[in-house]
Write a protein that binds this ligand. Structure first.
Ligand SMILES: Nc1ncnc2c1ncn2[C@@H]1O[C@H](COP(=O)(O)OP(=O)(O)OP(=O)(O)O)[C@@H](O)[C@H]1O
Ligand SMILES: [Mg+2]
Length: 245
């Protein structure tokens, strides 16, 4: 089984969207895939996959059984909270203990890939994930502007200490105007590729800002299933990832 962490030094750049859609795209390719949401304070995976109303996970033979959507197995702290709006108020040691339990007590069955969605930055959760899961690869998500790139460089340097293979995806890379068809570079463009060259990590490609992507997250349906250009670009990114991992 290959373990992929999806991370970034920056919040809101699309990590959870990318993680959910990588996992879903791998499932569509016939792989057996698990998706672990390790964002304990802001778990987004249930919403993105339409599992937000799920409460509790089944226990079979003393182990937690992941939720399932189209064959993709999913675990998120959100399923275990008393209510949809309950916050998690834990310091580092509690978070570590919880993640350790997840790694010991979830029965994923046979998997080809475990994709792990991480919270932003390089704090408690991700330190624990690197310790407990010993990932094979890190997929780092950035947006093109230097306000993001500077933090993302820190995440790359963090990942270099723990994984052999590091990949970079530039998300929100330009917007095709739905009215005139011209491209608007809202956050600039090309910063991700340049950062990858500078830091010696593999650049997997760019995903544009696309209202369809935002809408699919709102609707709980992975955009990679849609017949749109950004889904095609994203599937090419996943093909490259599979080849390289
Ligand atoms: N390429 C895109 N085009 C349009 N909307 C996008 C794109 N990528 C992500 N989004 C939207 O941006 C928002 C943030 O995405 P997401 O939650 O995946 O980011 P994140 O990096 O996981 O955030 P956090 O740091 O809070 O975990 C969501 O509403 C998502 O639908
Ligand atoms: Mg997220």
């Amino acid at each position: 089984m290959k373990k992929l962490v999806v991370m970034s030094g920056k919040g809101g750049v699309g990590k959870s969207t990318v993680a959910a859609n990588i996992a879903f795209a791998l499932t569509m390719k016939g792989y057996r895939v698990g998706l672990l949401d390790s964002d304990l304070h802001g778990p987004s995976i249930p919403k993105i996959l339409g599992l937000e109303d799920l409460k509790g996970l089944e226990v079979v033979d003393g182990k937690l059984k992941p939720a399932e959507v189209n064959g993709l197995k999913v675990v998120s702290i959100q399923f275990l909270l008393p209510s949809k709006d309950s916050p998690v108020i834990w310091r580092g040691p509690m978070k570590h203990k919880f993640l350790e339990q997840i790694f010991n007590d979830v029965n994923w069955g046979e998997l080809d890939y475990l994709v792990i969605d991480c919270p932003p930055g390089t704090g408690d959760e991700i330190i624990s994930i690197f310790q407990l899961a010993k990932p094979d690869a890190a997929v780092i998500v950035t947006t093109p502007q230097s306000v993001a790139l500077e933090d993302v460089k820190k995440a790359i340097n963090f990942a270099k200490k723990g994984v052999q293979k590091i990949f970079l995806i530039e998300n929100m890379s330009g917007l095709i105007c739905p009215h005139c068809g011209n491209r608007i570079d809202v956050f600039g463009v090309g910063g991700g590729k340049k950062l990858a060259e500078e830091t010696g990590v593999k650049f997997l490609g760019s995903v544009p800002l696309d209202p369809e992507i935002m809408k699919s997250c709102e609707d709980g349906k992975p955009f990679v299933k849609l017949d749109v250009n950004s889904a095609k670009l994203f599937k090419e990114i996943v093909d490259k990832l599979v080849q390289e991992v």
